[in-house]
Ligand binder design. Structure first.
Ligand code: GLN
Length: 273
């Protein structure tokens, strides 16, 4: 079996880009190798790995979980089904956070629900003056966040615990979060590989709810950990912008705003104390 033949068979079963990437991961070949030397023989163990991945991908398993990593903001993060796969729309949250941090000397930042660590690690690397604490209730997530921080040489204080519990008595200039916000009954949970992702990271686990339970909790308790003038920024669903602004205003926050993602969809809301 040659590279060309392996790719041709796979492209009949899965997306062509996914097929190419999986073949590269399985064989160690680069894209250039595939183009320049398509007649190269694929050795049996590599072909066995590739075939298994193609079958699992055809059954809906996300590519990032098959190969154990995903790229975000130009960096590679290790992932497993214990953590959410990085989404490009989360870049909006990071850009807004960096904008707020520009005006603060030695800012202290809290991130809630870190998962693989993409937000805390991106902020630590792109705003080197920042002191950042990140929290996740999942022991596995904290393991991934710590390892990713170590591999990428980011200074991040990773703590296991429930929302604000691990930061009792501590104060921050900025609190950021990409919390679970999909409603339990949302039909999207059955699509696009979401069944393979951790339910705990996607939904607020409230039967027949609106998906906002975690956001409500964060908004209700953020003031206990924010310096005067401190910002709270969080990601949310396409139809949760107005509800998010209302929650922020009702909790005493000022200048509540919503920012769209690159697709023009309401994605991040925030306000200051
Ligand atoms: N935006 C993700 C999705 O719709 C959900 C991320 C989250 O719940 N924080 O798949």
């Amino acid at each position: 079996m040659t590279l060309f033949e392996a790719l041709t068979v796979a492209k009949q079963q899965i997306d062509r880009l996914d097929a190419r990437l999986l073949l590269q991961y399985a064989t160690g070949c680069s894209h250039t190798d595939l183009l320049a030397r398509p007649e190269t023989t694929v050795i049996a163990p590599a072909y066995a790995q590739f075939s298994e991945w193609v079958a699992r991908r055809a059954a809906g398993e996300p590519l990032a979980y098959l190969v154990g990593e995903a790229e975000f903001r130009g960096r590679v993060f290790q992932v497993s089904p214990a953590v959410l796969i990085p989404r490009p729309e989360t870049e909006v949250l990071i850009d807004l956070a960096l904008e707020k941090l520009r005006d603060i000397a030695n800012p202290k930042v809290l991130e809630l629900g870190t998962g693989s660590g993409i937000i805390a690690i991106s902020l630590a690397l792109e705003c080197p003056a920042v002191q950042i604490v990140t929290v996740d209730v999942s022991k596995d997530a904290i393991f991934f966040a710590r390892n990713n921080a170590g591999r990428l040489a980011a200074k991040v204080d990773c703590r296991e615990g429930d929302w604000f519990a691990p930061v009792a008595g501590e104060w921050f200039d900025l609190i950021v979060s990409n919390p679970p916000y999909v409603a339990e009954g949302d039909p999207h949970l059955a699509l696009n590989g979401l069944p393979f992702e951790p339910r705990l990271a996607l939904t607020d686990q409230v039967p027949n709810g609106d998906g906002l339970a975690c956001i409500r909790h964060i908004v209700a308790h953020a003031a206990e950990h924010l310096q005067p003038g401190g910002w709270l920024l969080f990601e949310h669903g396409y139809d949760q912008g107005e509800a998010s602004r209302n929650l922020l205003t009702a909790a005493g926050f000022k200048a509540a705003f919503t920012h769209p993602d690159l697709a023009g969809i309401d994605r991040v809301s925030g306000a200051y104390l």
